[in-house]
Design a protein around this ligand. Structure first.
Ligand code: UD1
Length: 418
Protein backbone atom coordinates (compact mmCIF):
# COMPACT_ATOMS: atom_id res chain seq x y z
CA UNK A 1 0.00 0.00 0.00
CA UNK A 2 1.26 3.47 -0.90
CA UNK A 3 2.03 5.98 1.80
CA UNK A 4 2.54 9.73 2.07
CA UNK A 5 5.65 11.15 3.67
CA UNK A 6 5.10 14.72 4.79
CA UNK A 7 7.62 17.21 6.10
CA UNK A 8 5.44 19.60 8.06
CA UNK A 9 5.62 23.32 8.67
CA UNK A 10 5.49 24.80 5.15
CA UNK A 11 2.71 27.37 4.59
CA UNK A 12 0.68 26.69 1.44
CA UNK A 13 0.82 29.43 -1.18
CA UNK A 14 -0.54 29.85 -4.70
CA UNK A 15 -3.63 29.06 -6.69
CA UNK A 16 -5.19 25.84 -7.86
CA UNK A 17 -8.25 24.47 -9.64
CA UNK A 18 -10.79 22.23 -8.01
CA UNK A 19 -12.02 19.07 -9.77
CA UNK A 20 -15.51 17.90 -10.57
CA UNK A 21 -17.42 16.45 -7.63
CA UNK A 22 -17.13 12.75 -6.84
CA UNK A 23 -20.46 12.79 -5.04
CA UNK A 24 -22.18 14.26 -8.08
CA UNK A 25 -20.41 12.09 -10.67
CA UNK A 26 -21.41 8.80 -9.00
CA UNK A 27 -25.20 9.44 -9.09
CA UNK A 28 -24.82 10.99 -12.55
CA UNK A 29 -23.28 7.73 -13.75
CA UNK A 30 -26.32 5.91 -12.33
CA UNK A 31 -28.52 8.44 -14.13
CA UNK A 32 -26.75 7.41 -17.34
CA UNK A 33 -28.57 4.05 -17.02
CA UNK A 34 -31.86 5.82 -17.70
CA UNK A 35 -30.92 7.37 -21.04
CA UNK A 36 -30.83 5.14 -24.07
CA UNK A 37 -27.82 5.88 -26.28
CA UNK A 38 -24.68 7.77 -25.34
CA UNK A 39 -24.69 10.37 -22.55
CA UNK A 40 -21.57 12.37 -21.80
CA UNK A 41 -20.34 13.61 -18.43
CA UNK A 42 -17.66 16.29 -18.44
CA UNK A 43 -15.34 17.37 -15.61
CA UNK A 44 -15.08 13.83 -14.25
CA UNK A 45 -12.22 13.39 -11.74
CA UNK A 46 -9.74 10.50 -11.82
CA UNK A 47 -10.71 8.59 -8.67
CA UNK A 48 -10.85 4.93 -7.79
CA UNK A 49 -14.52 5.31 -6.75
CA UNK A 50 -15.30 6.39 -10.32
CA UNK A 51 -13.43 3.33 -11.63
CA UNK A 52 -15.40 1.11 -9.27
CA UNK A 53 -18.71 2.61 -10.43
CA UNK A 54 -17.54 2.09 -14.03
CA UNK A 55 -17.10 -1.62 -13.24
CA UNK A 56 -20.59 -1.74 -11.75
CA UNK A 57 -22.08 -0.27 -14.95
CA UNK A 58 -19.97 -2.47 -17.22
CA UNK A 59 -21.18 -5.51 -15.31
CA UNK A 60 -24.70 -4.57 -16.41
CA UNK A 61 -23.71 -4.52 -20.09
CA UNK A 62 -23.28 -0.74 -20.30
CA UNK A 63 -20.36 0.64 -22.34
CA UNK A 64 -18.31 3.24 -20.48
CA UNK A 65 -15.50 5.06 -22.26
CA UNK A 66 -13.23 7.66 -20.78
CA UNK A 67 -11.62 10.41 -22.89
CA UNK A 68 -9.61 12.61 -20.57
CA UNK A 69 -12.18 14.17 -18.23
CA UNK A 70 -15.19 13.12 -20.26
CA UNK A 71 -17.03 9.91 -19.54
CA UNK A 72 -19.28 8.44 -22.22
CA UNK A 73 -22.01 6.16 -20.93
CA UNK A 74 -23.80 4.07 -23.51
CA UNK A 75 -26.74 2.29 -21.92
CA UNK A 76 -28.26 1.04 -25.18
CA UNK A 77 -27.39 -2.49 -24.16
CA UNK A 78 -28.46 -2.57 -20.54
CA UNK A 79 -28.63 -6.37 -20.80
CA UNK A 80 -28.43 -7.42 -17.19
CA UNK A 81 -30.26 -6.59 -14.00
CA UNK A 82 -27.86 -8.28 -11.59
CA UNK A 83 -25.00 -6.05 -10.49
CA UNK A 84 -21.52 -7.58 -10.14
CA UNK A 85 -20.75 -8.40 -6.50
CA UNK A 86 -17.12 -7.25 -6.16
CA UNK A 87 -17.40 -3.57 -7.15
CA UNK A 88 -20.77 -3.12 -5.42
CA UNK A 89 -19.22 -4.40 -2.19
CA UNK A 90 -16.59 -1.65 -2.40
CA UNK A 91 -18.84 1.31 -3.06
CA UNK A 92 -21.82 2.61 -1.09
CA UNK A 93 -23.03 4.68 -4.07
CA UNK A 94 -23.60 1.53 -6.11
CA UNK A 95 -27.03 1.31 -4.41
CA UNK A 96 -27.96 4.15 -6.80
CA UNK A 97 -28.36 1.68 -9.67
CA UNK A 98 -31.38 0.13 -7.93
CA UNK A 99 -33.90 2.81 -8.96
CA UNK A 100 -32.69 3.10 -12.58
CA UNK A 101 -32.63 -0.70 -13.05
CA UNK A 102 -36.19 -1.00 -11.78
CA UNK A 103 -37.30 1.86 -13.99
CA UNK A 104 -35.69 0.50 -17.15
CA UNK A 105 -35.58 -3.27 -16.68
CA UNK A 106 -38.32 -3.88 -14.12
CA UNK A 107 -35.85 -6.04 -12.20
CA UNK A 108 -32.76 -5.54 -10.05
CA UNK A 109 -30.52 -7.78 -8.00
CA UNK A 110 -27.88 -5.86 -6.07
CA UNK A 111 -25.89 -6.97 -3.03
CA UNK A 112 -25.95 -4.67 -0.01
CA UNK A 113 -23.28 -2.08 -0.78
CA UNK A 114 -20.01 -1.41 1.05
CA UNK A 115 -17.99 1.80 1.29
CA UNK A 116 -16.25 3.78 4.05
CA UNK A 117 -16.48 2.32 7.52
CA UNK A 118 -17.88 5.41 9.23
CA UNK A 119 -20.77 3.87 11.16
CA UNK A 120 -24.12 2.28 10.39
CA UNK A 121 -25.22 3.02 6.86
CA UNK A 122 -28.63 1.46 6.25
CA UNK A 123 -30.46 1.57 2.90
CA UNK A 124 -33.98 1.27 4.34
CA UNK A 125 -35.10 4.65 2.94
CA UNK A 126 -34.10 3.63 -0.60
CA UNK A 127 -36.03 0.37 -0.25
CA UNK A 128 -39.10 1.87 1.44
CA UNK A 129 -39.35 4.64 -1.16
CA UNK A 130 -39.03 2.24 -4.11
CA UNK A 131 -41.72 0.03 -2.55
CA UNK A 132 -43.97 3.08 -2.46
CA UNK A 133 -43.32 3.45 -6.18
CA UNK A 134 -44.74 -0.04 -6.64
CA UNK A 135 -41.64 -2.26 -6.49
CA UNK A 136 -41.66 -5.61 -4.72
CA UNK A 137 -38.41 -5.81 -2.77
CA UNK A 138 -36.90 -8.51 -0.59
CA UNK A 139 -33.54 -8.62 1.10
CA UNK A 140 -32.18 -12.17 1.22
CA UNK A 141 -28.70 -13.32 2.19
CA UNK A 142 -27.22 -9.87 1.71
CA UNK A 143 -28.90 -9.30 -1.66
CA UNK A 144 -31.64 -6.83 -2.55
CA UNK A 145 -34.02 -8.48 -5.02
CA UNK A 146 -36.44 -6.04 -6.59
CA UNK A 147 -39.03 -6.23 -9.33
CA UNK A 148 -42.04 -4.36 -10.59
CA UNK A 149 -45.00 -5.51 -12.66
CA UNK A 150 -45.42 -3.15 -15.59
CA UNK A 151 -43.93 0.24 -14.68
CA UNK A 152 -43.25 2.11 -11.46
CA UNK A 153 -46.12 4.33 -10.26
CA UNK A 154 -45.69 7.85 -8.89
CA UNK A 155 -46.35 8.25 -5.19
CA UNK A 156 -45.97 10.58 -2.23
CA UNK A 157 -42.87 9.70 -0.24
CA UNK A 158 -41.64 11.08 3.06
CA UNK A 159 -38.01 10.49 4.03
CA UNK A 160 -37.41 10.16 7.78
CA UNK A 161 -34.03 11.82 7.25
CA UNK A 162 -33.08 13.92 4.22
CA UNK A 163 -30.81 11.23 2.81
CA UNK A 164 -28.77 12.36 -0.20
CA UNK A 165 -28.60 8.88 -1.73
CA UNK A 166 -32.26 8.01 -1.15
CA UNK A 167 -33.36 11.33 -2.68
CA UNK A 168 -31.20 10.64 -5.75
CA UNK A 169 -32.31 7.01 -6.12
CA UNK A 170 -35.99 7.91 -5.86
CA UNK A 171 -35.69 10.89 -8.17
CA UNK A 172 -34.00 8.66 -10.76
CA UNK A 173 -36.67 5.97 -10.48
CA UNK A 174 -39.59 8.44 -10.43
CA UNK A 175 -38.40 10.14 -13.63
CA UNK A 176 -39.61 7.12 -15.62
CA UNK A 177 -42.58 6.23 -13.38
CA UNK A 178 -46.21 6.70 -14.38
CA UNK A 179 -47.67 9.84 -12.82
CA UNK A 180 -46.38 12.27 -10.22
CA UNK A 181 -44.04 11.63 -7.29
CA UNK A 182 -43.51 13.94 -4.34
CA UNK A 183 -40.39 13.49 -2.22
CA UNK A 184 -40.86 15.26 1.12
CA UNK A 185 -37.96 15.97 3.47
CA UNK A 186 -35.70 15.46 0.45
CA UNK A 187 -32.02 16.38 0.53
CA UNK A 188 -31.42 19.89 -0.85
CA UNK A 189 -27.73 19.24 -1.52
CA UNK A 190 -25.97 20.63 -4.63
CA UNK A 191 -25.29 17.07 -5.83
CA UNK A 192 -29.04 16.32 -5.86
CA UNK A 193 -29.57 19.53 -7.84
CA UNK A 194 -26.88 18.46 -10.31
CA UNK A 195 -28.60 15.11 -10.87
CA UNK A 196 -31.95 16.89 -11.31
CA UNK A 197 -30.38 19.19 -13.92
CA UNK A 198 -29.00 16.18 -15.83
CA UNK A 199 -32.43 14.53 -15.79
CA UNK A 200 -34.20 17.73 -16.85
CA UNK A 201 -31.85 18.13 -19.83
CA UNK A 202 -32.73 14.54 -20.70
CA UNK A 203 -36.44 15.41 -20.72
CA UNK A 204 -37.51 14.70 -17.13
CA UNK A 205 -40.06 16.95 -15.45
CA UNK A 206 -38.72 17.92 -12.04
CA UNK A 207 -39.47 20.87 -9.76
CA UNK A 208 -38.23 21.88 -6.32
CA UNK A 209 -34.68 20.47 -6.48
CA UNK A 210 -32.53 22.37 -4.00
CA UNK A 211 -35.47 22.45 -1.53
CA UNK A 212 -36.89 19.77 0.75
CA UNK A 213 -39.88 19.11 -1.51
CA UNK A 214 -39.15 17.67 -4.94
CA UNK A 215 -41.90 16.97 -7.46
CA UNK A 216 -41.30 14.63 -10.38
CA UNK A 217 -43.77 14.04 -13.17
CA UNK A 218 -42.77 10.77 -14.84
CA UNK A 219 -42.04 10.69 -18.58
CA UNK A 220 -41.93 7.71 -20.97
CA UNK A 221 -38.34 8.10 -22.08
CA UNK A 222 -35.19 10.09 -21.35
CA UNK A 223 -32.83 11.29 -24.07
CA UNK A 224 -29.03 11.33 -24.07
CA UNK A 225 -27.39 14.41 -22.61
CA UNK A 226 -24.10 16.21 -22.38
CA UNK A 227 -23.58 17.43 -18.83
CA UNK A 228 -20.80 19.13 -16.87
CA UNK A 229 -20.40 17.99 -13.26
CA UNK A 230 -20.41 20.63 -10.51
CA UNK A 231 -17.18 21.44 -8.60
CA UNK A 232 -16.22 19.26 -5.66
CA UNK A 233 -17.12 21.22 -2.53
CA UNK A 234 -15.40 18.68 -0.27
CA UNK A 235 -12.11 18.81 -2.17
CA UNK A 236 -12.36 22.61 -2.09
CA UNK A 237 -13.10 22.62 1.65
CA UNK A 238 -10.20 20.28 2.34
CA UNK A 239 -7.73 22.50 0.43
CA UNK A 240 -9.07 25.61 2.18
CA UNK A 241 -8.53 24.03 5.60
CA UNK A 242 -5.06 22.90 4.45
CA UNK A 243 -4.17 26.54 3.75
CA UNK A 244 -5.43 27.69 7.15
CA UNK A 245 -3.81 24.91 9.15
CA UNK A 246 -0.42 25.75 7.57
CA UNK A 247 -0.96 29.52 8.09
CA UNK A 248 -0.75 29.93 4.35
CA UNK A 249 -2.67 31.85 1.71
CA UNK A 250 -4.20 30.23 -1.37
CA UNK A 251 -6.86 30.91 -3.94
CA UNK A 252 -9.06 28.26 -5.50
CA UNK A 253 -10.56 28.47 -8.95
CA UNK A 254 -13.53 26.69 -10.51
CA UNK A 255 -15.39 26.33 -7.25
CA UNK A 256 -18.95 27.20 -6.38
CA UNK A 257 -18.65 29.41 -3.28
CA UNK A 258 -22.32 29.27 -2.38
CA UNK A 259 -21.91 25.52 -1.70
CA UNK A 260 -19.33 26.32 0.98
CA UNK A 261 -21.19 28.93 3.03
CA UNK A 262 -21.40 26.91 6.28
CA UNK A 263 -17.67 26.17 6.14
CA UNK A 264 -16.81 29.83 5.54
CA UNK A 265 -18.91 30.89 8.54
CA UNK A 266 -17.02 28.52 10.86
CA UNK A 267 -13.57 29.35 9.47
CA UNK A 268 -14.21 33.09 9.79
CA UNK A 269 -15.27 32.52 13.40
CA UNK A 270 -11.93 30.79 13.92
CA UNK A 271 -10.12 33.85 12.61
CA UNK A 272 -9.39 32.96 8.98
CA UNK A 273 -9.63 35.59 6.27
CA UNK A 274 -11.90 34.50 3.44
CA UNK A 275 -12.76 36.47 0.34
CA UNK A 276 -15.22 34.63 -1.88
CA UNK A 277 -16.99 35.44 -5.11
CA UNK A 278 -19.10 33.19 -7.29
CA UNK A 279 -16.44 30.80 -8.76
CA UNK A 280 -13.35 31.80 -6.77
CA UNK A 281 -12.11 32.05 -3.19
CA UNK A 282 -9.00 33.40 -1.49
CA UNK A 283 -8.23 32.22 2.00
CA UNK A 284 -5.57 33.24 4.48
CA UNK A 285 -4.74 31.57 7.78
CA UNK A 286 -3.61 33.58 10.79
CA UNK A 287 -1.34 32.93 13.74
CA UNK A 288 -4.08 32.66 16.34
CA UNK A 289 -6.97 30.32 15.73
CA UNK A 290 -10.02 30.67 17.96
CA UNK A 291 -11.79 27.56 19.22
CA UNK A 292 -15.02 26.56 17.56
CA UNK A 293 -18.34 24.74 18.01
CA UNK A 294 -19.44 22.72 15.02
CA UNK A 295 -22.45 20.45 14.53
CA UNK A 296 -22.73 18.46 11.31
CA UNK A 297 -26.12 18.71 9.61
CA UNK A 298 -27.74 17.95 6.27
CA UNK A 299 -27.03 20.57 3.59
CA UNK A 300 -26.95 23.58 3.88
CA UNK A 301 -25.61 22.76 7.37
CA UNK A 302 -21.98 21.90 8.05
CA UNK A 303 -20.99 18.84 5.99
CA UNK A 304 -20.07 15.62 7.78
CA UNK A 305 -17.51 15.13 4.99
CA UNK A 306 -15.56 18.14 6.33
CA UNK A 307 -15.89 17.25 10.02
CA UNK A 308 -12.60 15.29 10.31
CA UNK A 309 -10.70 18.12 8.59
CA UNK A 310 -12.08 20.91 10.81
CA UNK A 311 -11.41 18.68 13.82
CA UNK A 312 -7.73 18.56 12.79
CA UNK A 313 -7.77 22.36 12.58
CA UNK A 314 -9.48 22.71 15.97
CA UNK A 315 -6.62 20.69 17.51
CA UNK A 316 -4.43 23.77 16.96
CA UNK A 317 -6.91 26.43 18.16
CA UNK A 318 -6.34 28.36 21.40
CA UNK A 319 -8.90 26.79 23.70
CA UNK A 320 -11.53 24.07 23.75
CA UNK A 321 -13.56 23.21 20.67
CA UNK A 322 -16.63 20.99 20.54
CA UNK A 323 -17.46 19.11 17.37
CA UNK A 324 -20.68 17.18 17.21
CA UNK A 325 -21.37 14.57 14.54
CA UNK A 326 -25.07 14.01 13.85
CA UNK A 327 -24.97 12.26 10.45
CA UNK A 328 -22.65 9.25 10.92
CA UNK A 329 -22.16 8.06 14.48
CA UNK A 330 -18.86 6.27 14.01
CA UNK A 331 -17.14 9.09 12.18
CA UNK A 332 -14.27 9.69 14.59
CA UNK A 333 -11.80 7.25 13.06
CA UNK A 334 -9.27 10.06 12.59
CA UNK A 335 -9.05 10.77 16.34
CA UNK A 336 -6.57 7.98 17.04
CA UNK A 337 -4.09 9.33 14.48
CA UNK A 338 -4.53 12.92 15.66
CA UNK A 339 -3.84 11.83 19.24
CA UNK A 340 -0.69 10.05 18.09
CA UNK A 341 0.40 13.39 16.65
CA UNK A 342 0.00 15.08 20.01
CA UNK A 343 -3.58 16.37 19.81
CA UNK A 344 -5.52 16.61 23.08
CA UNK A 345 -8.79 15.18 21.97
CA UNK A 346 -11.55 13.16 23.66
CA UNK A 347 -14.53 11.39 22.15
CA UNK A 348 -17.77 11.41 24.09
CA UNK A 349 -20.51 9.53 22.24
CA UNK A 350 -21.25 11.66 19.18
CA UNK A 351 -19.02 14.57 20.13
CA UNK A 352 -15.31 15.34 20.22
CA UNK A 353 -13.73 17.87 22.51
CA UNK A 354 -10.30 19.21 21.59
CA UNK A 355 -8.06 21.33 23.74
CA UNK A 356 -5.80 23.18 21.38
CA UNK A 357 -2.06 22.51 21.56
CA UNK A 358 0.74 24.80 20.41
CA UNK A 359 1.88 22.35 17.76
CA UNK A 360 1.37 18.81 16.50
CA UNK A 361 4.28 16.39 16.11
CA UNK A 362 5.00 14.19 13.11
CA UNK A 363 4.13 10.49 13.60
CA UNK A 364 3.42 7.29 11.69
CA UNK A 365 -0.35 7.03 11.26
CA UNK A 366 -2.84 5.02 9.22
CA UNK A 367 -5.59 6.42 6.99
CA UNK A 368 -8.89 5.11 8.32
CA UNK A 369 -11.15 6.27 5.44
CA UNK A 370 -11.31 9.02 2.80
CA UNK A 371 -12.04 12.09 4.91
CA UNK A 372 -10.32 10.77 8.03
CA UNK A 373 -7.20 10.34 5.89
CA UNK A 374 -7.56 13.90 4.63
CA UNK A 375 -7.68 15.14 8.24
CA UNK A 376 -4.44 13.30 9.08
CA UNK A 377 -2.78 14.67 5.94
CA UNK A 378 -3.70 18.22 6.97
CA UNK A 379 -2.40 17.58 10.49
CA UNK A 380 0.85 16.29 8.94
CA UNK A 381 1.23 19.47 6.87
CA UNK A 382 1.07 21.53 10.07
CA UNK A 383 3.06 19.21 12.34
CA UNK A 384 6.68 19.60 13.38
CA UNK A 385 8.86 16.95 11.75
CA UNK A 386 7.96 14.04 9.50
CA UNK A 387 4.60 12.33 9.26
CA UNK A 388 4.05 9.02 7.46
CA UNK A 389 0.53 8.24 6.38
CA UNK A 390 -0.20 4.64 5.47
CA UNK A 391 -3.15 3.40 3.45
CA UNK A 392 -3.28 6.23 0.93
CA UNK A 393 -5.54 4.09 -1.31
CA UNK A 394 -8.45 5.39 0.82
CA UNK A 395 -7.56 8.95 -0.20
CA UNK A 396 -7.36 7.95 -3.87
CA UNK A 397 -11.04 7.03 -3.68
CA UNK A 398 -12.02 10.65 -3.12
CA UNK A 399 -9.07 12.94 -3.95
CA UNK A 400 -7.35 13.02 -7.32
CA UNK A 401 -3.59 13.39 -6.85
CA UNK A 402 -3.93 15.10 -3.47
CA UNK A 403 -0.16 15.06 -2.96
CA UNK A 404 0.39 16.70 -6.37
CA UNK A 405 -2.04 19.51 -5.61
CA UNK A 406 -0.52 20.11 -2.17
CA UNK A 407 3.03 20.00 -3.60
CA UNK A 408 2.04 22.57 -6.21
CA UNK A 409 1.02 24.81 -3.32
CA UNK A 410 4.42 24.36 -1.65
CA UNK A 411 3.82 21.43 0.70
CA UNK A 412 6.63 18.91 1.20
CA UNK A 413 4.69 15.74 0.55
CA UNK A 414 5.68 12.69 -1.45
CA UNK A 415 3.99 9.42 -2.28
CA UNK A 416 6.08 6.36 -1.58
CA UNK A 417 4.87 3.49 -3.72
CA UNK A 418 4.69 0.05 -2.22
C1 UD1 B 1 -23.72 10.90 0.77
C2 UD1 B 1 -22.28 11.17 0.38
C3 UD1 B 1 -21.39 11.11 1.59
C4 UD1 B 1 -21.89 12.04 2.67
C5 UD1 B 1 -23.36 11.78 2.98
C6 UD1 B 1 -23.98 12.76 3.93
C7 UD1 B 1 -22.23 10.28 -1.87
C8 UD1 B 1 -21.69 9.27 -2.80
N1 UD1 B 1 -21.86 10.18 -0.59
O1 UD1 B 1 -23.76 9.58 1.28
O2 UD1 B 1 -20.06 11.48 1.20
O3 UD1 B 1 -21.14 11.87 3.86
O4 UD1 B 1 -24.13 11.84 1.76
O5 UD1 B 1 -23.90 14.04 3.45
O6 UD1 B 1 -22.93 11.19 -2.25
N2 UD1 B 1 -29.80 6.86 6.19
C9 UD1 B 1 -30.74 5.97 6.68
N3 UD1 B 1 -31.35 5.15 5.78
C10 UD1 B 1 -31.09 5.19 4.46
C11 UD1 B 1 -30.13 6.10 3.96
C12 UD1 B 1 -29.49 6.93 4.86
O7 UD1 B 1 -31.00 5.91 7.87
O8 UD1 B 1 -31.69 4.40 3.70
C13 UD1 B 1 -29.10 7.76 7.13
C14 UD1 B 1 -27.59 7.46 7.20
O9 UD1 B 1 -27.32 6.42 8.08
C15 UD1 B 1 -27.06 8.79 7.66
C16 UD1 B 1 -28.00 9.80 7.02
O10 UD1 B 1 -29.17 9.07 6.65
O11 UD1 B 1 -27.20 8.88 9.07
C17 UD1 B 1 -27.44 10.50 5.80
O12 UD1 B 1 -27.00 9.54 4.87
P1 UD1 B 1 -27.09 9.80 3.31
O13 UD1 B 1 -27.41 11.24 3.09
O14 UD1 B 1 -27.99 8.80 2.71
O15 UD1 B 1 -25.62 9.50 2.85
P2 UD1 B 1 -25.16 8.85 1.49
O16 UD1 B 1 -26.10 9.25 0.40
O17 UD1 B 1 -24.85 7.43 1.68
Amino acid sequence: MDKFVIEGGFPLKGKIKVNGAKNATLPLMAAGLLTEGISRLENVPYLTDILTMTQVLEGLGVKVRRKNRTLEIDSTHLFYYEAPYEPVKLLRASILILGPLLARRGHARVCLPGGCDIGRRPVDLHIKGLRQLGAKIEVNNGYIEASVKGSLQGSSIYLNVPSVGATENLMLAASLAKGATLIRNASSSPEVVDVANFLKHAGAKIEGEGTNLIKIEGVRQLNCVHHRTIPDRIEAGTLIIAAIITKGEISLEEICSSHLTSLFVKLRQMGAEIEAVDRWVRVKGGDLLKPIRVKTLPYPGFSTDLQPQITALACLARGTSLIRETIFQGRFTHVRGLRKMGARIEVDKSQVRTKGVGCLKGAVVRTPDIRGGAALTLAGLAAEGTTEIDGVHHLDRGYEGLEEKLSKLGAKITRVED
